[in-house]
Ligand binder design. Structure first.
Ligand code: NAD
Length: 261
């Protein structure tokens, strides 16, 4: 507790795609529970507001911003709001990501471009806006949400998603080396199969019905269970803290061991 006292965290994709705890919402709340002030950014204003309100109801400090992470002007506005409210940014958390379905033949150019834009260009834009601040401060932590799909087959044919998450890893490692001398650490978290609202919207199409999806995903994990948003949130709070001050450029797998087999 209080490992992030007086830190300021900006979380892009801090809402949730549906009711419940997505990775982004849980991470925003986990940062606040560790003492950080939080800027909850989401394309769905109401979802960002809901995260802000949860943090407020627990006695934490947060603001919400409705912004599209693929638009540079929106990202700049969110960063400006953060600085106006809290004066600095210590933690940049990039959670926004969408899934595609199909290999190259089944994937349209439009879907390919959208997935690459939302999953990869978004991180380029947020880093473009936040890095100068962190450089001036001489410190910062960037945590990018990748996926187990960046390093292995996860049970689905989704070429655009695989490609986008692979790009996230190397984008992050480039930052890790370039900015380490400036006191900025950059890491990825690779969630395995998680039970978040996102899967009911974006993965269920791969299955006959939701029950089959849930059963299949539980079975694929060596633990017999999917993880959830809190597994990602706890990892993110650790990476952002000084306990992780020598951890830079890693792919932190949070997958119950699924990558091993
Ligand atoms: P989530 O519930 O955290 O939702 C993501 C949020 O991003 C939503 O609130 C959505 O409104 C927001 N968003 C979408 N497009 C946006 C945009 N253009 N601008 C601003 N906000 C936008 O979803 P989640 O699945 O819990 O976590 C998301 C991240 O975790 C993604 O990067 C995803 O690829 C990764 N991931 C998830 C799983 C899983 O099993 N759920 C597995 C591996 C990786």
């Amino acid at each position: 507790t209080n490992k992030l006292q007086d830190k300021v965290a900006i979380v892009f994709g801090a809402g949730s795609v549906g009711e419940g705890w997505g990775n982004g919402k849980a991470s925003a709340v986990a940062y606040a529970r560790a003492g950080a002030k939080v800027v909850a950014v989401d394309i769905q204003q109401a979802a960002a507001d809901a995260t802000r309100d949860i943090i407020g109801s627990e006695g934490g400090e947060a603001i919400s911003v409705g912004a599209n992470v693929t638009a540079l002007d929106d990202v700049r506005r969110a960063v400006d709001e953060a600085v106006k409210a809290f004066g600095r940014i210590d933690i940049l958390h990039n959670n926004v990501g969408i899934t595609s379905q199909g290999g190259p033949v089944e994937t349209s150019e439009e879907v390919w471009d959208r997935v690459m834009t939302v999953n990869v260009k978004s991180m380029f834009l947020t880093c473009k806006c936040v890095l100068p601040l962190m450089e001036e401060q001489g410190s910062g932590v960037i945590t990018n949400i990748s996926s187990l799909a960046s390093v292995r087959w996860t049970g689905y044919a989704y070429s655009a998603y695989y490609a986008s998450k692979g790009a996230v890893n190397m984008f992050t490692k480039g930052l890790a080396i370039q900015y380490a001398p400036k006191g900025i650490r950059s890491n990825c978290i690779l969630p395995g199969l998680m039970d978040t609202p996102h899967i009911y919207q974006q993965i269920s199409g791969f299955y006959k019905d939701v029950g089959e999806m849930v059963e299949a995903r539980h079975k694929l994990s060596p633990t017999g269970r999917m993880g959830d948003g809190w597994d990602i949130a706890n990892a993110a709070a650790f990476l952002a803290s000084d306990d992780a001050k020598f951890i830079n450029g890693i792919e932190l797998l949070v997958d119950g061991g699924m990558h091993v087999r």
